[in-house]
Design a protein around this ligand. Sequence first.
Ligand code: TMP
Length: 204
Amino acid sequence: MFISFEGVEGSGKSTQAKLLYEWLLDRGIEVISTREPGGTPGAEEIRNFILSEKKEHFPENAELFLYMAARSFHVENLIKPALKNGTIVISDRFSDATVAYQGFGREIPVEKIEYLNSIASKGLKPDITFLIDIPVAEGLKRIKKRKLDRIEKEAVEFHKMVRKGYLEIAKKEPDRVVVIDGRKTIEEIFEIVKTNVERKTDAV
Ligand code: TMP
């Protein structure tokens, strides 16, 4: 089973991914927790490169291909082998993030991104995706105190487009994407996550 968490900056998705990981682990279930971009040494190197400030303009296509390259490392070297072993994989972001950020945020045509996603992920899609949805202003307020990376520093309008993108994906794929109001408490959100995971698998 492959589970992803998505959302705009400050949505609380990483907290939920961690709670789910610990909950499954406590039940003696084989599970790994990973993230995008990242998850393997090569993909983490790409992550550092993508998210750090550059002394030159960062072309949007370079950004797109780097996310895809990181995904390729991640899928081939970590996710696919783990799934093959019967391990549950939880990923903090996956291919929907590229549709939302590079498609809606950077305005690269979504069909092109979907095509590249299918190559980079070798056709792999999450069985279930939790979209923790929160108004952009609220999410950005939550992350204000930490040091922001290159993408987090984008204008509010960019993040609003990203949110719109995520909601469009959810509308298109309601069977896969569970939208949860990120303004609920951590406990309330986690209850919804657990219920949906339990519903999806007999193993839990
Ligand atoms: P994080 O905030 O979840 O650690 O993700 C890192 C940043 O990368 C975040 O700002 C979202 C962005 N991102 C994309 O723009 N495209 C992608 O495909 C992925 C996976 C992340």
